[in-house]
Design a protein around this ligand. Sequence first.
Ligand code: 3PG
Length: 213
Amino acid sequence: MTPEVASQKSEALCTLAPVIPVLVLNDPDIAQDLARALVKGGLPVLEVTLRTPKALEVIAQMAKVGGGVVGAGSLLTPEHVTAAVQAGARFGVSPGSTARLLEACEAADLPLLPGAATASEAMALLERGYRVQKFFPAEINGGAAALKAIGAPIPQVRFCPTGGVSLKNAGDYLGLDNVLCVGGSWVAPADLIAAKDWDAIAELAAQAAALPR
Ligand code: 3PG
C-alpha cells in the first residue's frame, strides 16, 4: 500500500468519530465488552496499544466486535507490524516514524497513522506521501497552539493529536483546520475497566462522540 493510499484510509478512519480511544488492556476476556461499550457510545475506531503482554490477543478479540474498527498502536518495529496484522489489526499507529517501520507497513498493506512532533518530522513524512499524521505527544509539545502554528506553513498535513488530550482540551484541537480527530485514553480509564463499568465507559464515549468539530 502506498503512503498516499494509507493516508486516504487514515483520513476515512479519522472522520468516523471525533475521538479515537487509546486502549491499554491486558485482559482478552474483557476486550469484547470494552469494545462494545465504546462502539455503543459512538466511538467505532479503537487503538489498542502494543504495551501489554496480551495486547495482540486483545486486538484479536476486539476485531470480532461488529461495528468497530480495531488498530494497533505503539508500533515500533517491522515485527510489531507483522504481529498486528496477524492479530487482525486494520490500521496502525506509531509514536514516531522510521524508514523500516514505514516500509513494513507499506509492504504489509497496513494503513499507518505515523507520529510527528515537529515541522521537520511532518515534512519528512509528507515528502514520502503521508499527509495524515499523528501529532505526539501533543500537549507537552505545545498543544493546539503548536499544531495551529505548524498548520500555517504545512496546511496539507492533517493530524490526529494524542498525548495529554482530554474532554477538557479536545475542543481546542478539533476546532483547528488541520485536525481530523483526536486520540486519548480518557474514554477508557483503568479504574472503570477494572470495575467492568461498561455503562460508564459507554457514557464517556458518548460525551466524546458528541464533541463538535
Ligand atoms: C499514548 O500513546 O499514550 C496516547 O497518546 C494516549 O495518551 P493519553 O493517555 O495522554 O491520552
